[in-house]
Design a protein around this ligand. Structure first.
Ligand code: GLA
Length: 649
């Protein structure tokens, strides 16, 4: 059996952050360990960007300093998530092997001097990455401080070089078999793009006019697969040296470049880097959504918050720090939503380099600071939550999250250039979050039977397996809501004919969409509904023809006058709703509240004051107050112990 996060937590929530001792002289290391102990830190991530410090030249390894650091940490009782430092190759690699530097679609090369400057297909990069990973794993694979292997960092670099072209051809061969298959899938009859030899096939480059959408889509899939290959290769190296130590890599929230479902399947547990903007009024909701996504990627098992900032994120144009109490509040949100550890970027604020203005657990002001005092208080509090590690978060609703649908709907020259996949998911997630209904995210082709309600805010691209799965879910008694511009194209970006949604979903929803009708932002649509109340919608509508479904809301006035915008259809033992537009938030809230009530989906606690988030995890109900001021809450379910986390302590 492969190890998992519980092998690292050993029954205690993890607490700590990225530790970059290579930026500091040795006397600081001893002080670091002392302060970590004071703060209750029990895990630090080491070595993420230490490649040059560990291998200053191709034939020279310098492990002495890391031996000392790991020894100090271990003596201090602090565990280590040790990284393979392959996200930032040293200058010698790019200098000796310029072909390891990633190439833009226009042919220009990125240079070293920042980070993430590697081509995932360049043989010299792959070799060098495996060499340093092997050296690190061989030296520290059985180190007593080692608790987690952290592979690379935030995978996400795309390249368009000759190595990529070579691997892309192989990838396409495996997918399509031969050139006939490729030509058919890419629709190369359009614009005289027929390929007669594999050597003619290229990554999408900077072309004269609109590129081939199927080629672009395949390239995005390919890039994700190449990065996954890099991950798997390094994972296998560290596993060979320490088979009982769990392996992860850190996801960024909402990053389209890598298909996180596919990555997650190769990890022992999943982890997340998340940086909601303290100035964004929607930050608490967006943070909750990212955390629900990562929990779902890991199959509902505990996950690790690998990075958040204790203060400011310096890459923001206005890097406002977190106000007092906010880091605690968002940390508890992570724990409530399934995290078995809360780590930060980073332990000690850098004095130099690109991130010199970034927040840290020990800020530039030093330990005598508000931030460090809050960190110490958080460490104490997390240490007290001994009943939490290993427990899970129940959810009655699933939202379908699909990388291919995301990529395809955002390809160039879709009917609405502003149609953003994550916006669609957020619009459906937000009202449920406000009502304290816990959601998972799920794959369109995965098991759905455990959910009372499945939401599909956007599924432009549809596979036959997904169509069959969604239909079977409804037939068996489930409730399904699908948003607009769904069921439009197959995985080759070939549009379905005969009306949408395709592949039989027309029968599932009892509606036939004849035309998509994107709208300019300043042309709101008036929609009448006796059941939901009249509302406006914007941005998108469809020429619909109800064929079996009940019409719940229809357009009033304009060219779409009378067209159904919300439809409900009973099929088998279940119900399928189709929403052909983007209702204003209050109207979508009313609709989803109605659907939840019909489907028997209940909030964690009903009737909470606005701004209070409730999440059940294990036997606890976490109550998180995101607004200012005091609120009084009662009653709390007697069986649940509640931890009230105010925004301001
Ligand atoms: C990412 C990286 C970190 C650091 C932070 C800064 O999450 O993984 O190394 O750069 O961003 O916010």
């Amino acid at each position: 059996m492969s190890p998992d996060l519980q092998d690292a937590t050993r029954g205690r929530l993890l607490f700590g952050g990225d530790y970059n001792p290579e930026q500091w002289p040795p006397p600081v290391w001893a002080e670091d360990v002392r302060l970590m102990r004071e703060a209750g830190v029990n895990l630090v991530t080491v070595g993420v960007f230490a490649w040059a410090a560990l291998q200053p030249a191709p034939d020279r390894f310098t492990f002495g300093w890391l031996d000392t650091v790991l020894g100090l940490l271990h003596d201090g009782g602090i565990g280590v998530a040790l990284a393979t430092p392959t996200a930032s190759p040293p200058p010698w690699l790019g200098h000796r092997h310029p072909d390891t530097l990633p190439q833009w679609p226009d042919g220009g090369r990125r240079t070293y001097g920042a980070r993430n400057h590697y081509c995932p297909c360049a043989p010299a990069y792959r070799r060098a990455a495996l060499d340093i990973s092997t050296a690190v794993a061989a030296r520290y694979g059985d180190h007593p401080a080692l608790r987690i292997w952290h592979i690379g960092n935030e995978y996400g670099t795309a390249c368009h070089c000759k190595h990529c072209a070579h691997r892309f051809r192989g990838w396409l061969r495996a997918r399509y078999g031969d050139l006939d298959g490729l030509n058919a899938a890419w629709g190369t009859a359009v614009w005289s793009q027929h390929y007669g030899a594999w050597t003619e096939v290229l990554p999408p480059g900077r072309a004269q006019y609109i590129g081939n959408p199927a080629q672009e889509l395949d390239y995005q899939r390919f890039v994700s697969d190449m990065l996954l290959e890099c991950f798997v290769a390094e994972r296998d190296v560290v596993r060979a040296h320490s088979p009982t130590v769990p392996v992860t890599t850190n996801f960024m929230d909402w990053y389209r470049t890598i298909d996180a479902w596919r990555f997650a399947a190769h990890e022992d547990f999943v982890s997340l880097d998340t940086y909601p903007d303290p100035n964004d009024p929607a930050a608490a909701m967006l943070g909750a959504m990212s955390k629900d996504v990562v929990r779902s990627l890991g199959g509902g098992r505990p996950w690790l918050l690998m990075e958040q900032s204790p203060g400011a994120a310096s890459w923001r144009p206005v890097a406002t720090p977190k106000r007092p109490g906010l880091n605690r509040l968002w940390s508890m949100q992570a724990v409530a939503r399934g995290a078995d550890g809360v780590l930060h970027f980073q332990w000690r604020a850098s004095r130099q380099g690109a991130e010199r203005a970034h927040g840290a657990m020990v800020p530039h002001a030093g330990p005598d600071s508000r931030v460090f005092r809050e960190i110490c208080a958080l460490g104490r509090e997390l240490a007290g939550l001994v009943d939490v590690p290993g427990t899970t978060v129940p959810a009655g609703v699933a939202i379908i999250l699909d990388w291919d649908a995301w990529r395809a709907v955002e390809l160039e020259h879709q009917p609405h250039a502003g149609f953003r996949y994550v916006d669609r998911l957020t619009e459906y997630y937000a009202p449920l979050w406000r009502d304290n209904v816990t959601c998972d995210f799920a794959r369109a082709e995965g098991p759905l039977g455990g959910y009372r309600l499945v939401l599909v805010p956007s599924l432009y691209q549809l596979t036959a397996a997904a169509a069959a799965n969604l239909t079977a879910y409804v037939a068996a008694g489930g409730t399904l809501v699908m948003g607009p511009f769904s069921g439009v194209a197959d995985p080759d970006e070939r549009i379905f004919t005969g009306g949408w949604p395709g592949l039989g979903l027309l029968e599932l929803f009892g509606v036939r969409v004849e035309e998509h009708w994107p709208l300019p932002d300043d042309a709101p649509l008036a929609v009448a509904s006796a059941e939901l109340g009249d509302f406006t919608a914007a941005g998108w509508a469809e020429w619909t023809e109800a064929c079996g479904a009940d019409v719940v809301a229809q357009v009033r006035g304009g060219p779409l006058d009378g067209r159904a915008m919300v439809l409900r259809h009973r099929l088998g033992a279940g119900t399928a709703w189709y929403v052909a537009t983007l209702p204003e938030p209050d109207a979508l809230h009313r609709l989803l509240a109605r659907v939840c009530a019909d489907a028997g989906v209940r909030p964690v606690l009903p009737g909470l004051p606005p701004g209070v988030e409730a999440v059940r995890r294990g036997d606890r109900v976490f109550l998180l107050h995101h607004d200012d001021g005091r609120v009084e809450i009662r009653p709390v379910t007697p069986s649940a112990s509640a931890a009230a986390i105010p925004a301001v302590p």
